[in-house]
Design a protein around this ligand. Structure first.
Ligand code: SAH
Ligand code: SF4
Ligand code: F3S
Length: 467
């Protein structure tokens, strides 16, 4: 932990605030900032940190991008369509900046860790004011100060970092639930995946820092935490005195007032019996495990460098279902990895049927420059579309059947929001992550309510509150 760095950043927040306050005074209202998040929960968490710093720097946060004086895109590069979205939105911003030259634009996140992206932005999007990457977001206040005091585009991208800077501000999106980083980066190098290149090597946060953060969150009204890491099952392995993820969960379970613990993501190759035992006896760990399969074919799994087989995956999933019968298992699947054949996809479908996933996110393989799979022979796109549809149909059938089994049961929902489509309804999640809509009002948000599940609708439920 680097306390000097934390202090330095608070000094920059103060200095930047003076500049922003001056501008707010000239404008006759508080300057507005909008952070738009692309990508996964890690990015969502980073955006909360950015928002916290922006607030300390004198900005008021808004969700309306077209009213903001400062727009920040926290980008993702997991698949090409994530990148295309950012370029599309930048085009629109350029148009706005022509009519409002005072508009400031910053780009950060995973996409910015790619050299080719930086070159493209320098060349074709030179109206951007600030670019930084994933390793230096703790320096956001300092970078903001530079953005306000320097004339040229500020670019600060680091290749990696061993630093974990604690105790910086954050502005939570939800008062009652919050993501908590337990580790950063990834060492697995699955051959299709860009994450290890843009997020760097694996680093775990000290258990006492994690527990301290959660205790503070609970004091502040949080009842559910989501522990975040690319491979939570390898948590703590690089410490001088290693600690397992299961042990960390046991420590977090002891925190009084905390009701629910979730985590993402579990790599199947590292999931231990100890974790299954801890989950089975826990009162707070949610009945949900996200266990990405990617493919059911041994040949493709090997080419992906996933380090498990069709059999070891299904054995593991069935072992977990046996130990924790009410658990929901969800997964990620990639269709169209280089060299994939119809027979390989048959294997994937076979695993979906055997494991009866409660839900599966199915993606078409996207070639990421710099990863080993990009150099392999790519599949025909028509073929991939057909195979994708086969997988999707199978997922919908098996998941629909599994989720539908809960009809008539009574269970607890953490209410998250008022339902925008169905008037007089609220929406929340069961412990197993299934979404539930039931009659209620705003006063229920953040509360855990007992409901009877009345009607299954594919992946979600209608319900009614019970006493
Ligand atoms: N760390 C997690 C995955 C994070 S990325 C794990 O190992 O399980 C989230 C999901 O995006 C992955 O599970 C994978 O299914 C998908 N994904 C990653 N790279 C991809 C690519 N190049 N094309 C398509 N999908 C990809
Ligand atoms: Fe990507 Fe594999 Fe790491 Fe997950 S474990 S982030 S898929 S390299
Ligand atoms: Fe997440 Fe996308 Fe980065 S999925 S880790 S934001 S590349």
């Amino acid at each position: 932990m680097n306390e000097a760095e934390t202090r330095l950043q608070y000094e920059y927040m103060q200095k930047t605030k003076e500049l922003v306050d001056q501008k707010s005074e000239q404008t006759g209202r508080r300057l507005l900032a909008c952070v738009t998040t692309f990508g996964c929960q890690m990015n969502a968490k980073d955006s909360e940190k950015l928002a916290g710093i922006l607030e300390k720097c004198g900005y008021e946060l808004t969700e309306e991008e077209d009213k903001a004086d400062f727009v920040i895109f926290n980008t993702c590069t997991i698949r090409d369509n994530a990148n295309q979205k950012v370029y599309g939105r930048l085009g629109l911003l350029h148009h706005r900046k022509k009519g409002y030259p005072e508009l400031k634009i910053a780009l950060c996140g995973c996409m910015m860790q790619e050299m080719s992206v930086i070159e493209k932005i320098r060349k074709s999007y030179s109206f951007v004011d600030l670019i930084f990457g994933t390793h230096n977001i703790y320096k956001f206040a300092e970078l903001l100060y530079r953005m306000h005091t320097e004339k040229d585009m500020v670019i600060d991208i680091w290749e990696g970092s061993n630093e974990i800077v604690e105790d910086l501000p954050a502005l939570r999106k939800y008062p009652f639930k919050c993501g908590v980083n337990i580790m950063f980066g990834c060492n697995n190098f699955c051959t299709f995946c860009i994450v290890p290149y843009v997020r760097g090597r694996e680093k775990s946060r000290e258990p006492r820092e994690i527990v301290r953060e959660i205790e503070k969150l609970v004091e502040d009204g949080v009842v559910e935490v989501m522990l975040l890491g690319q491979n939570v099952n390898s948590y703590g392995k690089n410490f001088e005195e290693p600690i397992s993820f299961a042990k960390l969960l046991e420590r977090i379970e002891e925190i009084e007032g905390l009701e629910r613990i979730r985590f993402m993501t579990s790599h199947p190759k590292d999931l231990s019996d100890e974790l299954i035992e801890v989950m089975a006896k826990s009162k707070k760990i949610c009945r949900h495990l996200h266990l990405p399969l990617q493919s059911g074919s041994d040949r493709i799994l090997k080419a992906m460098n996933r380090r498990y087989t069709k059999k070891s995956f299904t054995d593991l999933a069935l072992k977990i279902r046996k130990a924790i019968p009410d658990i929901a298992i969800t997964t990620d699947i990639i269709v169209g990895f280089p060299g994939e054949t119809k027979e390989d996809v048959d294997d994937t479908i076979d695993v979906i049927k055997q494991c009866a996933f409660d839900n599966a996110f199915t993606f078409i393989y996207s070639k990421r420059t710099g990863t080993p799979a990009a150099k392999m022979e790519q599949c025909d796109s028509e073929f991939v579309k057909e195979q994708f549809d086969r997988v999707l149909t199978c997922v919908q059938e098996t998941a629909g059947k599994r989720v539908g089994k809960l009809t008539g049961m009574v269970d607890e929902v953490l209410v998250e929001e008022v339902n925008e489509k169905e008037k007089g309804f609220v929406t929340g999640r069961l412990s197993n992550n299934v979404m539930v809509h039931f009659p209620g009002d705003e006063s229920m948000i953040g509360r855990i309510v007992k409901v009877k599940l009345t009607e299954a609708k594919g992946f979600y439920y209608f319900a009614e509150a019970v006493q």
